[in-house]
Design a protein around this ligand. Sequence first.
Ligand code: ZN
Ligand code: FE
Length: 234
Amino acid sequence: MSLDVFPILCNAGFMNNYAYLLIETQSRKTAIVDASEAGPIIKACVYHHVEPEYILVTHHHDDHTGANAELKAKYNLKIVAPEAEKELIEGADILLKDGDIFDFGKTSAEIISAAGHTRGHILWYFKKDKALFTGDVLFNLSIGGLFEGTPKQMWNTLEKIKALPDDVRFYCGHEYTAFGLSGLPDNDAGAEYFNLVKPLIEKSYPTVGMSLGLEKKCNPYLRVSSLEEFENLF
Ligand code: ZN
Ligand code: FE
């Protein structure tokens, strides 16, 4: 594993966004996923003695891009954003689309288009490191709202996520896990999920980094097996 992932809670007590500090351990290259709020991100960079070279954007919403301008000015970094949302993301320097590979030190990320929450939303998939950044598409035990998409588009996006290996860990854009606990299935997988996240929620620690395998068994939006069943959830 050459990628360290540090969740940074932003807009705490309000939107409860996650930005992520990524450090590629061999090259010490550093990036931020979704620059939500400058203060907590700068603090994390100071703590880890790093200066980010990139902001990796999942989608254009303000709660995921609000600190882009301030961090770009402070660190002289490059903003890497979905091509389909270039008009909506100010200061984007590098534009990527489905299937593109973003090289990051000794590792790299594959871009997966993920329409549903927004039209041009992308997922950042660090295949070698088994890490997936899902923005506002997939949360622990829920999914993002359909602001610019249809249930069918979101279904197609979730099918792509379901096809990824079970041992991939996913990192989402908000801490919403507590809201989904009541929907856990009444079985061994549900109990396992509960026992993993309950102590974290009680201490207000991040619950992100869940394995896709367990998420597929427990998230009501991933458990349905047809588009019809999925549409009935809305
Ligand atoms: Zn959003
Ligand atoms: Fe959001």
